[in-house]
Each structure stands twice: as C-alpha cells, then as structure tokens.
Design a binder for this molecule. Structure first.
Ligand SMILES: [Ca+2]
Ligand SMILES: [Ca+2]
Length: 313
C-alpha cells in the first residue's frame, strides 16, 4: 500500500515536471531547457541563461510580444512594457481606432469643429466639415452663394430680399434702384409714387408748378389748368401759363342742369348742328357756353374741349 502511494506520487511529480519541463530549468532562469549544458530558451527569451527578452519581446521576465507593424498596426511604437504608444491621432491597445477629434480610420484626419470648421460647421465621419447654412468651403470660412459678409453670412437674394428693385451689396443688404428705398426696397423714395411703380413726380417740374403730385405720381392740376403736367389751360380758360376764365365763362353744361356729364352730349351736338332748335329747346343756356376754346364762336373746334371736360382728360 505504501509502495502504491509512492508510485502515484512519483507519477504525479513526473506529470507536473513534464508540463513545466520546457521552461523549468533553474539554470535557464526557468525560461529555457538545458540541453547538453546549453540553454534552449523559450519563445520570447534569449541569452546564455535566458535572462533577457528576445527582439520584439518586452518587459523581462514577462517578455510580452510586440511588433509595431502588427501589434500596433503601424500606427504606433512598442513601449518598454510591450504595449503600444500610438502615434498622434490613433488610440486603443493596438492603435486600431482614431483618437478623439480624429476621423475615418485608418486615415484618422484631425477635425475640431471650433477650429477646423471655424465654428460654422460640424465634423463629419471623414474628418471634413459639414458647414452650417450660409457657410461654405472646406473649413466653412467663407459664405455660401447668396450669403454675404463673412462671418455674418447674411442671406440676400435680389429677387426676394430686395423685391426685385435693387441688388444685394457686400453686407447682404439692398442697394435699391432709383425711386425705391427701405431695407428691402419695398417702398418708394421721396418724390416717387405708387409702389411698386414708383413713378417720379415733382410738382414744380412734373406739374410745371400748376398742380400737385397725386398718389399715382401724376398731376392734379389747379383750376384752369389741364393736361399731363398741367402744361396747358383747361377748356374754358386761356392765357397759359396764367390761365384765366374766358369771357363767356364757358363750360360743358349744355343742357342747363348744373352738371357736366354725358347727359350734355345730345345738347352739345344739337348746338353744333342746329343752333336754332338748341336755343328753343334750352332757352336758359347761351349758345356760347360751349365756346370752350374761347374764340367767340361755337363750332367743331370746341368739341375737343367739351370731351376734355367730360372725361377729365
Ligand atoms: Ca348738364
Ligand atoms: Ca369756339
């Protein structure tokens, strides 16, 4: 029985010794096997007594394997512990990922929104900039089309911002066309009327001093004056530019109802074609009331003035 126990112990010792045998020789610092008086070192160890790490193995007696080209993926150097000291832009135990603010492994391009994109964009997965609206360029350091005055980059489009009545200037504001004014050229400048037409009118010149400018930029002539620009005497007035009523105080009320309108047409025609019948039909109306050109005669030359009074033309 005792022999049996000793046998089992011997077997066990042999097994343990065999398992650790390859690196178990004290003469080889337990990192090699003594063969014929020479240490055959385990992988990773070297030297006559296996007392140092082989090339690419670090941190004796650990002798951890490390090769920059594989362990560190060529993006770092092996350090004294057999780990990787990654190059700038790389991170991780094996330098197999990009460090913070570096993008697109294995390129690992640096990008920081506040500097690379000048604060006007965000870094994308490639390490480039996705610019905010209104900004453009690889580094968002210029204004996009229709945006002006970097770094403000104010939007301006002539057709909308300036309402088609001006051009965008370098500040993104509007330089209005003649006759227009306002930040968006949306009103008429002084002496211009009737937006968006903005017709020029100046009483002293456009209306020749004989009228006022109206909301359409035309002239409202003073009494006795007529025409575009009030440049003639009204029917029944004479002596331009100092228009005074004619001697017979003519007007277009040929039917004598105290109004000048289309109802006077029949009477005027009668007065021109058949004065006698006119006088008997409208006894209270003097024939020369229709003498609108002030020449003392009622005839075809007065028709123009008559029409002018009725139409206001
Ligand atoms: Ca009348
Ligand atoms: Ca006449």
């Amino acid at each position: 029985m005792k022999h049996r126990q000793q046998f089992i112990l011997a077997i066990a010792t042999l097994v343990v010794t065999t398992v650790t045998a390859r690196s178990g020789d004290p003469a080889c610092n337990n990192h090699g096997t003594l063969v014929g008086g020479v240490c055959v070192c385990d992988v990773g160890f070297t030297g006559p007594t296996c007392s140092s790490c082989a090339p690419n193995y670090y941190n004796y007696p650990n002798c951890t394997f490390c090769a920059a080209s594989t362990t560190c993926n060529n993006h770092g150097a092996c350090n004294s512990l057999g780990g990787c000291n990654c190059f700038t832009g790389f991170a991780g135990p094996n330098c197999s990922q990009c460090a913070a603010n570096y993008y697109n492994y294995p390129t690992c391009t640096f990008c920081l929104a506040s500097t690379t994109c000048n604060g006007h964009g965000t870094c994308n997965t490639l390490g480039g900039c996705n610019c905010l609206t209104g900004f453009a360029g690889p580094n968002c350091n210029q204004c996009a089309a229709d945006y002006y005055n970097y770094p403000n980059c104010t939007f301006c489009l002539a057709s909308t911002t300036c309402n088609g009545h001006g051009t965008c200037n370098s500040l993104g504001g509007c330089n209005c066309s003649t006759g227009f004014t306002g930040p968006n050229c949306s009103s008429c400048a002084a002496n211009y009327y009737n937006y968006p037409n903005c017709t020029f009118c100046l009483a002293s010149t456009t209306c020749n001093g004989h009228g006022t400018c109206n909301t359409l930029g035309g002239c409202n002539c003073f009494t006795g004056y007529a025409g575009v620009g009030c440049s003639q005497c009204a029917p029944g007035y004479q002596g331009y530019p100092n228009c005074v009523p004619c001697a017979n105080n003519p007007n277009a009320d040929m039917n004598g109802d105290a109004a000048q309108n289309v109802n006077d047409i029949t009477a005027m025609v009668m007065a021109l074609l058949d004065p006698a019948t006119f006088s008997s039909t409208y006894p209270s109306v003097p024939l020369l009331r229709g003498d609108l050109n002030c020449d003392g005669i009622l005839n075809g030359l007065d028709i123009r003035g008559f029409v002018q009074l009725l139409t206001g033309a």
